[in-house]
Design a protein. Sequence first.
Lengths: 216, 216
Amino acid sequence: MSENVGRWLRDEIENAILSSEFVPGERLDETVLANRFGVSRTPVREALMQLDAIGLIEIRPRRGAVVIDPGPHRIYEMFEVMAELEGLAGSLAARRLDKTSRDAITASHSRCEQSAGAGDSDAYYYDNEEFHKAIYAASRSDFLQEQCVQLHRRLRPYRRLQLRVRNRLSTSFLEHCAIVDAIFAGNGDEARRLLRTHVGIQGERFSDLVASMAAR
Amino acid sequence: MSENVGRWLRDEIENAILSSEFVPGERLDETVLANRFGVSRTPVREALMQLDAIGLIEIRPRRGAVVIDPGPHRIYEMFEVMAELEGLAGSLAARRLDKTSRDAITASHSRCEQSAGAGDSDAYYYDNEEFHKAIYAASRSDFLQEQCVQLHRRLRPYRRLQLRVRNRLSTSFLEHCAIVDAIFAGNGDEARRLLRTHVGIQGERFSDLVASMAAR
DNA sequence: AATGCCATTCTTGTATACACAAACATTGAC
DNA sequence: GTCAATGTTTGTGTATACAAGAATGGCATT
């Protein structure tokens, strides 16, 4: 538990939303949450305000707080921005690569290879996250890294859905290989291009996403 | 005044920070702010929590809230990300341009021409903002637009400093012309490239920034 | 004279209480 | 029978009070 009840609650509720325990559109009642976490209403309100400021929930006066439902179109837009930011991270990483970052990328990349080879989509989901985070870190831009991590978190539930799609595991890993090659070769433009298409959701992948969202 | 005191205060304090009334490093005392705005401490805390969640201030447990001092390096990183996002907005705008957006861009562009011609850097500062917002809107991506506006707001004070630099007004306007041409020609890649260099701060412009920050 | 410890004060953090607004239901009138 | 108005209940919004922790200053001791 964090040093501060409000902040702890914020993280707790944020995780509950990102892990789909609280689904989009769901009403978040202050007293219910207060009872559930064994605190008074005040820190709950503080946490909700912060989540509202971040954009995860919406507090409408006298209507209560509800989890924001982004909808397929907005999800697409978010992936579009994510692709752009990851592309930038990749191109910076290619230029600024040092040994530490290189080792981190190599390590997470080979973990991806293992879980992809085993067809373990849950393990790959986790290793993939580490791989991308290693690239953010390699960009050597703290701000960019923070932005990427934040967006990555918000897109997490949908990314998980995507991995369920047939053959996506091996395709994803092959793309990783090319990305690693480009970064290690110092080819920033190529790394950017590859990451943009790797992260973005074009054509059929968008309909896969919509379909899996609807199936939920 | 907004429908909600906490939210109103958040905007109020945010503006005070972005207009450099509260400078980086400054301590924000809850009771002082409460007295100043004629409200109790509770809504002030709510506002501060939200600003903390956004990343404008930092609340350290039992140490109070201070305005975050980004420092030159982080400012540079923020401009770097901004350049990337604006590039994306420009490339999408070039692809998706419709009459409404085209008119909005043309209108704000000619206002820039007037204020640049008159050498009125304060007017240009405002018109320039509208010009860039018109491009965000033309991207037809709500999420991208929101991200751009938010970052634009946070970088506002530094952008203002930059415009003071000699000849920057006319240079900036010439760049705008090329950007408009590329977007209207439907040349997304060119619009992206031009916006990236227009917004980013390379070489001497970075030292200009650092110098003007130090002079403050 | 310097350093360490204790106490006091200030500030944040949490909870409770009170007030206001909105929505829904019930009753009365047309 | 239907519509409107009023009252009650529920839930949000704000403020105040109380508690806990951290920092600073002073005093005492070495």
